[in-house]
Design a protein around this ligand. Structure first.
Ligand SMILES: N[C@@H](CCC(=O)N[C@@H](CS)C(=O)NCC(=O)O)C(=O)O
Length: 211
């Protein structure tokens, strides 16, 4: 059984969710981010970046939520998380995963950790810019989903959809959450309707954003 080091609702959420969706519940080990457990020597030995998630497979530690999601698609092909190797659709799945990880996840990091960009004195400005970048990405993704949805690859779900839904969830307390973009809202409702989403929330003790 895989072991997942997690913190409720954090970047580990999508990995946990995909595992459950594929029918492979991991053993969960909670990392108390507030208490700084991610910076303990024991945890840094598993994940030198000091962040969650970390997934242990056959005794080996793996990190980076987007990479873990792609890895799960490889490990559980029967779940159909990626189109067949070598197809254009698979290329688009990689494109979306990397775009989400490179262009949408970082501004969320700056929204939640605004001092990291340029220190405490510039935290308010950093947060404002991060909010704008997130809104611009939601504009672009909403237009794509409106034209080509309901999922990122059209009518089939794939790994980057789990990443997108996780990131949308992070916006729930922002001035303009993802649910205010119509095509994103339709996508989010489809993703939240999956029984695996409810189970993930139950296992992580999350009440917000269930519908
Ligand atoms: N790119 C990494 C980002 C991981 C990340 O930033 N995780 C946050 C929680 S969402 C974390 O562990 N924060 C604790 C810290 O930075 O001290 C991934 O997707 O795995």
């Amino acid at each position: 059984m895989d072991i997942l080091y997690f913190s409720p609702g954090s970047a580990s959420f999508g990995v946990h969710w995909m595992l459950l969706d594929a029918g492979h519940a991991p053993e969960l080990r909670r990392v108390d981010l507030g208490a700084g457990q991610q910076r303990s020597a024991e945890y840094l030995a598993l994940n030198p970046a000091g962040v969650v998630p970390t997934m242990i497979v056959d005794g080996q530690a793996f990190a980076e939520s987007g990479a873990l999601m792609l890895m799960l698609a490889d490990r559980y092909p029967e779940a159909g998380f990626l189109p067949p190797t070598g197809t254009a659709a698979r290329g688009l799945a990689y494109q979306w995963m990397l775009q989400l990880v490179n262009a949408l996840q970082p501004p969320f990091r700056h929204w939640f950790y605004p001092h990291e960009a340029a220190g405490e004195s510039a935290a308010a400005e950093a947060k404002q810019v991060a909010g704008q970048r997130i809104g611009q990405m939601f504009d672009r993704i909403d237009a794509h989903l409106a034209a080509h949805g309901p999922y990122l690859l059209g009518d089939r779900i794939s790994a980057p959809d789990f990443m997108l839904a996780m990131l949308c969830r992070w916006s729930r307390n922002m001035p303009k959450p993802a649910t205010e973009w119509p095509a994103l809202k339709r996508f989010i409702d489809l993703m939240r309707a999956r029984p695996s989403f409810v189970t993930t929330c139950d296992r992580e003790g999350l009440e917000e954003w269930r519908q």
